[in-house]
Each structure stands twice: as C-alpha cells, then as structure tokens.
Design a protein around this ligand. Structure first.
Ligand code: NAD
Ligand code: MG
Length: 389
C-alpha cells in the first residue's frame, strides 16, 4: 500500500485527487488530509478515505473538526504548525494543492520526508523555485508537475534530451474576458471574472485566468521547473483548452499534449508515474471537435505577461514579490477595493517599490529572505491598492 498525504484536499484540485483515491482505496494508506474551513468536507473525506489524521489550517475550526470526527479514531489537528507537522509524516506520495504561497513551507517539508511531491501549488515555484528544486535535489525526492500545462510539457519530454529542446509553448484559454473589447475590462465585476469558459477551478485561479496572471505564473513555473530561459518559453491562446502545451525541438518537430480539460488527468499521471494507468476522464472525439484554434496573446490586454517576463529576467526575490503582490491585489479585487485592471498596476508598482528599496537580486537566497520579501510585498501592495483604489 502506498502512503499518501493530500495538502489542500478540500479545494478544487484536492477534490479531484480525492475522487481518484476513493476509486481505488485499497491501494492507498492515507496518512493526512488537510483543508481550511470546509470542515464537513474535510471530515467526510477523512472518513471515506480512512485517513490517519485530518488537519484544518484554521485554529478556530479545531473544535468543529474534532466534533465531526469524534469516535472515528482519526486524529485531529489545527493551525499552520499542524500543517507543517503533517508534512513531517513520511509518505510515498504527497499532493501539494494548497492555494497561494501558504503552500510553500508544507511543500518544502514534504520534500524532506517523502519520496514524491506532486505539485499543483504553482505559487511555491514562482515564489521560491530555486530553493524548492534544490531541496528536492538534496533530499532525493522527486517533484512531479500537476499544473495541466506543466504535466503536458513533462509528458512531451519523456525520452527526450533537454539539449534538443528549442522552445516550450504553454497554451491559454484566454479566460472569461477573451471576447470582451479591451475598454470594457476596467469595469469587469467579481462575478464576471469568477466564471471560466472551459475549466471548473477554485475562484482565485479562475480570476487569475481572466487577468492572465495564472498564465504569467505558469511562465515562471516553466522556467523554474524545467530550467529553460524566458526566451524559450511562449504563450499561445488556444480557446478550446484541449492542447495543454507543446515542446519544440531542434529538428522542427512539435510534440503536443492533447487531452480533456480535467485535472484528474494531470493528478492521475503524477499519481501513477512512471506508469500510465486507466483514468476516468473523457475520451476526446477529435472528428466531432473538428478544429482547434490558435492566436497570439495580446500583451497589451494582458500586462501580467510582461510582468512575468520581467520577473524571469530579474530572478532573485522578484518571484516572491510578484506572487505576494498578486495575491494581495487579488484579495483587494475580491473585496471590491480595486478594479480588475488595477491588479496588474498594484503588482507592477510593488515590484518597482521593492526593487528601488532593496533591489530584487540577491546572492545565496534563503527561505527567510523569501518569506520576508513576501511579507513586505503584501504590506506595500496593500498600501498601493488603497492609494489607487
Ligand atoms: P482552492 O481554493 O479550490 O483550494 C485550496 C485548498 O487550500 C483548500 O483545501 C483550502 O482549504 C486550502 N488552503 C487555503 N488557504 C490555506 C492556508 N493558508 N493554509 C493551508 N491550506 C490552505 O484552490 P485550487 O483551485 O484547488 O488550487 C490549488 C492549487 O493548485 C493552486 O496553487 C492553484 O494555482 C493550483 N492549480 C489549480 C488548478 C485547478 O484546476 N483548480 C489547476 C492547476 C493548478
Ligand atoms: Mg494551468
């Protein structure tokens, strides 16, 4: 039996993983499930998956979780430290599906105590890619990508030599506003930004898809995970979301990964890697689909993409500042404090401010440097959001 832990089990990615595990329960010993304030979901999944431990990240949810699991024999814990402790329980496979940079430290710890970390939490690569990759190397753990585009690139690279790679192309659906005239974007509402044309995801990543901040993060994620420079990574708008990524080689060949927009594919690939097993996802009927479309992204319309290029070319703490400012700007948009287009303005101004204050490049970056940059960037981004909102 494989010992596994799911971080962020109650979220959109986490629930897709729960679905896969529940279909084959006898193959797994579930060590821990973690979640937030959806205690009913966390408790019922912990029971259904026969977990040893259930953890909520909110201290004030402890009593509710304890009540919900009374008499089941499942251990209960709460708070940030408890999530870290859960990451110290050795497992064969852990899924990192917490949202935001809160996933960084549990992911780092899981690398020290586990064989394989299936990484959906792109924020940890954006924030501290070099540290995460170095930690995996030092501990001998494997990181497998779970973001659909990165899983696609990973699959296209099987058996290939990285030296033969000329370019990596990740696709973007264009998000909720792909057909809106540019001058309407400033007035986009929270409800409008929260619905995705192709994917069913958590609210934050759905809004990030509309602004292309999600694709911006994925550019940085590509650079950090695969070690390719910014100049080799492209974004292609592909509204059907069926091709997830393409890898271009020196001989002109492009290897494309085609599949339905269902996260259970990428999660399942990482779960069974290096094997391929049957997965309960739709089989595409390409004749019925008929045609696929491609467009270049309009960088004017999506300033997040240029910000990602700046972050990739700057390195150091730029990713941590970019991610934290983006998370804070997104909070402000969700709270109705700033408009849709002002999110990019907040991120850009925060990068400028932190860059002129301390510089963003740093030698021998540590986790403490990253956490401090994250903390400061959130404060500045909050101030900037208040000024411009
Ligand atoms: P979500 O908001 O649906 O779920 C997030 C999970 O993290 C929940 O279980 C929540 O309780 C937990 N969580 C939230 N804040 C936390 C904190 N401070 N500490 C500990 N746990 C916390 O998010 P999601 O859409 O499932 O995305 C999860 C991650 O996967 C993100 O990094 C996202 O970018 C990435 N991702 C998501 C999708 C998708 O289809 N949703 C696709 C690719 C990548
Ligand atoms: Mg993705």
């Amino acid at each position: 039996m494989r010992r596994i832990t799911l971080f962020g089990a109650t979220g959109s990615v986490g629930q897709s993983a729960v679905d896969l595990i529940a279909r084959d329960l006898d193959a797994y010993q579930v060590v821990a499930l973690t979640g937030g304030n959806n205690i009913a979901q966390l408790a019922s999944d912990a029971i259904a998956l026969r977990a040893e431990l259930a953890v909520t990240c909110h201290d004030n949810c402890y009593a509710a979780l304890k009540d919900a699991l009374a008499g089941t024999g499942i251990a209960v814990a709460a708070g940030e430290a408890a999530i870290k402790d859960a990451a110290a329980r050795p497992v064969d496979w852990a899924l990192s599906a917490i949202i935001g940079s809160a996933g960084l430290v549990p992911g780092m710890n899981a690398l020290d105590h586990g064989n394989t970390l299936a990484l959906a939490n792109k924020e940890s690569l954006v924030t501290a890619g070099p540290l995460l990759m170095a930690r995996a190397k030092a501990s001998g753990a494997t990181i497998l990508p779970v973001d659909s585009e990165h899983s696609a690139v990973f699959q296209a690279l099987v058996g290939e030599d990285m030296a033969a790679v000329e370019r990596v192309i990740i696709t973007a659906s264009g998000g909720a506003f792909r057909d809106w005239p540019k001058d309407r974007l400033a007035s986009a509402t929270l409800a409008q930004a929260s619905s995705h044309p192709n994917w069913d995801m958590g609210q934050r990543i759905t809004i990030d898809s509309a602004s292309m901040f999600n694709k911006a993060m994925e550019l940085i994620e590509t650079k950090e995970f695969f070690g390719v420079p910014s100049s080799m990574i492209e974004v292609l708008v592909h509204r059907e979301s069926l091709i997830h990524a393409l890898v271009g080689f020196h001989d002109g060949a492009l290897m494309a990964h085609v599949g339905p927009p269902d996260m259970r594919h990428a999660i399942g690939y990482a779960l069974h890697w290096p094997q391929r097993r049957h997965l309960p996802v739709e089989r595409l009927d390409l004749a019925k689909i008929g045609s696929l479309s491609f467009e270049a992204p309009d960088e004017d319309r999506y300033p997040a993409l240029a910000l990602a290029r700046y972050v990739m070319d700057t390195g150091g703490l730029a990713g941590a500042v970019f991610n934290a400012a983006k998370e804070r700007a997104l909070d402000a948009f969700i709270a109705g404090e700033i408009g849709f287009l002002q999110m990019a303005a907040v991120v850009s101004a925060t990068l400028d401010k932190m860059s002129s204050r301390d510089g963003l490049q740093i030698r021998d970056m540590t986790l403490d440097d990253v956490l401090e940059a994250d903390r400061l960037a959130r404060i500045y981004a909050g101030e900037i959001a208040r000024q411009i909102g």
